[in-house]
Ligand binder design. Structure first.
Ligand code: VNL
Length: 394
């Protein structure tokens, strides 16, 4: 009896939630436009939250907090990169706060946890960080302003074999983006005649790289290819050097998540010469990027903007322009339509929000860690223009 009662209660509250989610958001009428920014502000991925929040606030400071007659309100919530929390926060933001857009999402599981709520409530979900290819397929309301791992990994699969790397071991964080990096790098590398000697996966939570690096040493590849999420790169670099991998003749190649601008300058000279592929470097030599980095550092004196900051800054741009286009009158569907197909200059270079996939199309750069004015930077030396997510061609 009691059990049945519980089940009925659970069923009823599920119905109540789906009704609440299906109701039109009140703010179409109101004078505020609310953006619910869900980010990891504490825990292992906290640097991602800090970078994105700082960039979103910079965008607002530069572009005003009133758009199409609406006052923009940014509501920042900490999900500790934990999908259960993300889901609860997204629900509260949509149902109670009646936000017009949800945004942020530091890791793939968080972006995926919010996706069904975006769909049910017809709320645009702007993914500013998470980078597994399949995320945009989890809801037709998702638009991405970050990047995808296949997008940047394929470039390294082309570069490495042309530059003396004939054999590799891959080492990736064991979840969505790591699996994408492993697959798309390896396939392209092998297509170009390279040999993948081993594929290693480290746990996302509290990874210990030592036993994996020992295996790499024993396999003696020309290079080790690495993907770990933003915030974990410094630990990889430290252990790579401490274990004398470079002296054993093994090169480090990676996606730019490893030589993350948030940490790079503290990695020490051992990082010099490391080649990575990615979509953003704080050293990107455009006038717009110089302005962006300068303004970001003026507002946040101890920080250098990284690729997460740029994902947040551009995500705000996508939201602002959609609000302008819809003249502040539209609901979720109108906003979403106005986000699709946006073409603009980002601090990273030219970008497009592909209207079909809702994913970002952008230039991917090859970069080498060099010293500039006494600081370590990822200096771009080659570019592949207008790269679409190769993960979508499956
Ligand atoms: C993800 C991908 C997260 C790349 C990252 O840093 C990153 C993700 C927090 O999709 O979870 O650098």
């Amino acid at each position: 009896m009691q059990r049945r009662h519980l089940i009925q209660t659970a069923a009823l509250s599920a119905i109540a939630l789906s009704i609440a989610l299906a109701l039109p958001t009140a703010s179409a009428q109101s004078n505020t436009f609310k953006i619910g920014l869900i980010l990891p502000m504490t825990g292992q991925q906290a640097s991602t939250g800090r970078q994105i929040e700082a960039a979103a606030r910079l965008y607002m400071a530069q572009n005003g907090d009133t758009v199409a007659g609406k006052k923009i309100e940014l509501i920042v919530k900490d999900d500790v990169a934990t999908p259960d929390i993300t889901k609860r926060l997204a629900q509260e933001l949509i149902v109670n706060d009646k936000v017009n857009v949800i945004a942020g999402f530091g890791v793939t599981p968080a972006a995926l946890a919010a996706a069904p709520l975006a769909t049910q409530s017809k709320t645009p979900q702007v993914v500013m960080a998470a980078a597994t290819s399949s995320i945009t397929e989890a809801s037709p309301y998702i638009v991405r302003s970050s990047f995808t791992l296949p997008q940047v990994s394929v470039a390294m699969g082309d570069w490495a074999p042309k530059n003396g790397v004939k054999s590799v071991v891959t080492l990736v964080a064991d979840y969505g983006p790591g699996n994408d990096a492993e697959k798309f790098f390896s396939e392209r590398f092998q297509l170009n005649g390279g040999k993948v000697l081993d594929k290693l996966r480290v746990p996302l939570r509290n990874p210990d790289f030592a036993p994996f690096l020992q295996k790499v040493r024993d396999a003696k590849p020309d290079a080790l290819f690495v993907f770990v999420p933003s915030g974990a790169g410094a630990a990889v670099m430290k252990q790579f050097l401490e274990r004398g991998m470079d002296k054993a003749g093994i090169r480090l190649i990676a996606t730019g998540d490893v030589t993350d601008d948030d940490q790079l300058n503290d990695m020490g000279d051992g990082a010099l010469g490391v080649v990575t592929s990615h979509h953003y470097s704080a050293a990107h030599p455009s006038a717009m990027n110089k302005k962006f980095v300068e303004a970001f550092q003026k507002a946040n004196p101890k920080m250098r903007p990284n690729f997460m900051a740029v994902g947040g800054y551009d995500g705000m741009r996508v939201i602002y322009e959609a609000l302008k286009t819809t003249k502040g009158q539209g609901g979720g569907d109108a906003l979403l339509a106005a986000m699709k197909g946006q073409v603009f200059e980002s601090p990273r270079g030219p970008v497009l929000i592909d209207a079909q996939t809702r994913d970002i199309v952008q230039d991917v750069y090859l970069r080498k860690v060099e010293k500039k004015d006494g600081q370590l930077y990822n200096v771009e030396f080659d570019v592949i223009k207008g790269v679409k997510d190769p993960g979508k061609a499956k």
